[in-house]
Design a protein around this ligand. Structure first.
Ligand code: GLA
Length: 394
């Protein structure tokens, strides 16, 4: 938190440096990145997820303008983008601005009194690493628009706007998990979300002086993430279409029980059957994880994390060599309770639950193993679960 306030003050100064001192009001907001503890690729199957917001965040400082223009400066990229609220279009050059543009456009379309602004932002959510820097930027933009425009907007509505901006304006077909946890995360907690009803429960994590969430970045990003993601989505839909012939009441894989699947799995093409098997059991693992965490059974939770990774690797086939190496190193490392890939896959990060006392040894071990086997120096972030997007008082 001390770090958050320090960086927030620096960004407030940057705002004045870049745009001059209008003498007007300055608002500052933050929105965190996230890590998904378990429940991977289940969100777009109407299923369950268990992410946590982390203490890696985007901070935005802004002041209102009276001319309906929005002037943006991305401090970490030293890049600018400007537009008028009366004509919001995609920016082909400063692509980062499209997350903000999309959110402001949708807020306007819904009738919220969006105002012009000068805004600067920066942060420490690694970009393109599977920690949802884009969702954090969308949520920061939404919370900032409300602060500058002095209007109230329900957080779940803002979350849906963030997802719609990403789907329809930016053009990425993501589910709702990332925006949801960036918007509604809670310090010390994971969030158990039903992606169909959007009902959610906060689940206390083991105390952070006993266990740490450690995120290990493979530093690998594969170009095929988007196409493979969309392919998995359509394979799941194909599975539902076929299973519907036998189970007419189902609407999504969320409605298929392990027993149903066992009965009808052989009616599915082999690849589709594997995808469906992952989703059906991953949903079960999320529910089991919530029960394990509530019971303080960290060991059981660790087993479920491992089973999730194996299923993502073998059935859903969204892992990659580097993720497997990182996870296998973690499984042998000192102090580990559980480890798995996290996020969409094909690179990005792993998530680990590690005994606090052993964190340094864990980090050294995993770093060394990974570097030896891949020749890549990974980044490792020891994190805590943090609050979701909100205005900051400086
Ligand atoms: C990406 C998407 C999420 C979710 C995960 C996989 O992070 O943005 O909506 O589908 O992949 O669990």
């Amino acid at each position: 938190m001390a770090d958050t306030l320090r960086r927030a003050r620096l960004l407030r100064e940057k705002l004045i440096e870049v745009f001059g001192d209008s003498g007007g009001r300055v608002e500052v907001v933050k929105a965190p990145g996230r890590v998904n503890l378990i429940g991977e690729h289940t969100d777009y199957n109407d299923g369950f997820v268990l992410p946590a917001a982390v203490d890696r965040e985007i901070i935005m400082a802004a002041s209102p303008r009276d001319d309906g223009e929005v002037h943006l400066y991305a401090a970490d990229l030293d890049s600018r983008s400007s537009f008028s609220l009366s004509r919001i279009e995609r920016d082909g050059k400063a692509a980062w601005s499209n997350y903000i543009r999309g959110v402001l456009l949708l807020l306007e379309e819904k009738g919220f009194p969006v105002r012009g602004m000068n805004a600067v932002f920066g942060g420490d959510v690694p970009v393109a690493a599977g920690m949802s820097s884009s969702a954090a930027l969308e949520m920061a933009a939404g919370v900032m628009a409300a602060a500058i425009g002095e209007f109230a907007v329900d957080m779940v509505e803002l979350i849906k706007i963030g997802q719609a901006a990403e789907n329809n304006f930016v053009g990425v077909n993501c589910g709702i998990m990332d925006q949801f946890i960036s918007g509604l995360g809670k310090r010390g907690h994971a969030l158990f979300l039903d992606c169909r009803s959007l009902d959610y429960e906060l689940v206390p994590l083991p105390p952070s002086d006993e266990y740490k969430i450690v995120i290990a970045n493979t530093m690998v990003k594969r170009g095929l993430v988007d196409s493979a993601y969309n392919e998995r989505r359509s394979q799941c839909e194909q599975g539902v279409d076929i299973l519907k012939e036998y189970l007419p009441e189902i609407k999504a894989l969320r409605d298929v029980t392990p027993e149903d699947l066992a009965k009808y799995q052989d009616k599915l093409p082999p690849v589709v059957a594997k995808r469906c098997e992952h989703i059906v059991f991953e949903n079960e693992r999320v529910k089991d994880s919530v029960a394990a965490l509530r019971a303080g059974n960290v060991e059981r939770f660790g087993q479920l994390m491992r089973a999730s990774h194996e299923s993502l690797r073998d059935l859903y086939e969204v892992s990659c060599r580097e993720l497997d190496i990182m996870v296998e190193a973690a499984w042998q490392a000192p102090g580990v309770c559980g480890a798995r890939m996290t996020g969409a896959g094909f690179g990005g990060c792993t998530v680990n639950l590690v005994e606090a006392d052993a964190v340094d040894r864990f980090v050294d071990f995993v770093k060394a193993q990974y570097a030896e086997k891949t020749g890549i120096d990974p980044e490792i972030y020891v994190c805590e679960a943090e609050d979701g997007a909100r205005p900051l008082e400086l």
